[in-house]
Ligand binder design. Structure first.
Ligand code: ADP
Length: 358
């Protein structure tokens, strides 16, 4: 069992920079939590506080109900996998994986069994006699994971483990981590700035900005019902289109350009009743736009991705608001083409609080 609980955790560095504000999270046994957000938002600091590599300035950390806020890193029964692997170049893969157990003076037979079992899980059995520099980046990252597995820690901590790999290998290694999680059923905390990694790996995502948790939820919850404009624009690729729009009767009137109108559904009308005459923020995901009667758009450029085409343009003329649509299939629009875009689904945000209007 490994349940983690972070309660009202703050981090203030010695130079008085506050990196984390009132972080609260209960991690269930066997859950894979991904902390995601842009660079500098406090993800690594949070992970390092959990690992015991940084002091917790305020608040408490519990592991299976026990307060471990003051427990040193080496006694926390957690293993961390870093982005730069940190393998010992002069040791074989076997020795690298066995290292922490050898240090602990474990029985050599036990060490042998654990290293072989981890190598088997990670597909490294045939690499055990090699040195790290004879392995690819992806294999080295697997050795780094193997080093954690042999310790059978209560909690696995990953700090951007894929960021040194090329795009193809990142995808493959991501799927391996997912399989590893299924197989080990271990509690894992995983830090990344990459929203794709967060969406594809997490049981639950914690989305952070400037030291503050913005939303905690399943990938679908964050994608489908983002709590505020920050989460809405951070989760999803290409990012959600955002427009200032005035609520006028049963329509939204876009503020940039020539006052183009978007019709509201009955439910949206109800939600927006308190906002009559006010400007809100309309969010539209590129994938929620299709060609059809709606906003007039002048195409600026097209990106064909094979299955989809990203069509970029401006609403009305060149001075209208920018818009990106993810259209199905290979569409050959040209610069200057005039189209109509229909909006299939809207997200509505309060312009002042930036929170979703629900
Ligand atoms: P992330 O992992 O999201 O990129 P970090 O947790 O590394 O963010 O950093 C969060 C904030 O804390 C940043 O403003 C960063 O500059 C600051 N910071 C990180 N480490 C230190 C440190 N050792 N001393 C002072 N400030 C730090």
């Amino acid at each position: 069992m490994a349940e983690l609980s972070l309660q009202h955790i703050d981090k203030i560095y010695d130079n008085n920079v506050q990196a984390v504000f009132d972080f609260n999270l209960d991690v269930k046994d066997g859950e894979l939590i991904v902390l995601v957000g842009p660079s500098g938002c406090g993800k690594s600091t949070t992970l390092r506080m959990v690992a015991g590599l940084e002091d917790i300035s305020k608040g408490h950390l519990y592991l299976d109900g026990k307060d471990i806020t003051q427990v040193p890193a080496k006694d926390r029964d957690m293993a961390m996998v870093f982005q730069n692997y940190a393998l010992y170049g002069h040791m074989t893969i076997y020795e690298n994986m066995a290292f922490s157990l050898t240090l602990r003076k474990e029985n050599p037979n036990v060490i042998h069994k654990k290293v072989l079992a981890a190598a088997e899980i990670l597909g490294l059995t045939s690499q055990l006699n090699k040195k790290p520099n004879q392995l690819s980046g992806g294999q080295r990252q697997r050795v780094a994971m193997g080093r954690s597995i042999v310790r059978s820690p209560k909690v696995f901590l990953f700090d951007e483990p894929l960021s040194n790999l090329d795009a193809k290998l990142r995808g493959a290694t991501r799927r391996e981590i997912l399989l590893l999680h299924k197989r080990l059923q271990a509690t894992m905390l995983y830090v990344t700035h990459d929203q794709t990694e967060a969406l594809t790996l997490a049981d639950r995502i914690v989305c952070m900005s400037m030291g503050h948790v913005q939303q905690v939820g399943t990938p679908l919850e964050l994608y489908d019902a983002p709590a505020n404009i920050f989460v809405a624009s951070f989760i999803g690729l290409p990012p959600m289109n955002l427009f200032d729009a005035k609520v006028e009767g049963d329509k939204l009137v876009l503020q940039q350009g020539q006052g183009y109108q978007v019709a509201l559904t009955d439910q949206e009308k109800q939600l927006l009743a308190p906002y009559q005459g006010k400007v809100i923020v309309l969010g539209v995901r590129p994938e929620d736009i299709e060609e059809g009667a709606g906003l007039p758009v002048t195409i600026s450029n097209n990106e064909n991705l094979g299955m989809n085409t990203l069509a970029y343009g401006n609403i009305g003329g060149p001075n209208g608001a920018k818009i990106c649509a993810k259209l199905k299939g290979w569409v050959g629009h040209q610069h200057g083409d005039q189209l109509q875009f229909a909006i299939k689904r809207k997200h509505l945000f309060d312009k002042e609080t930036t929170n979703a209007i629900r």
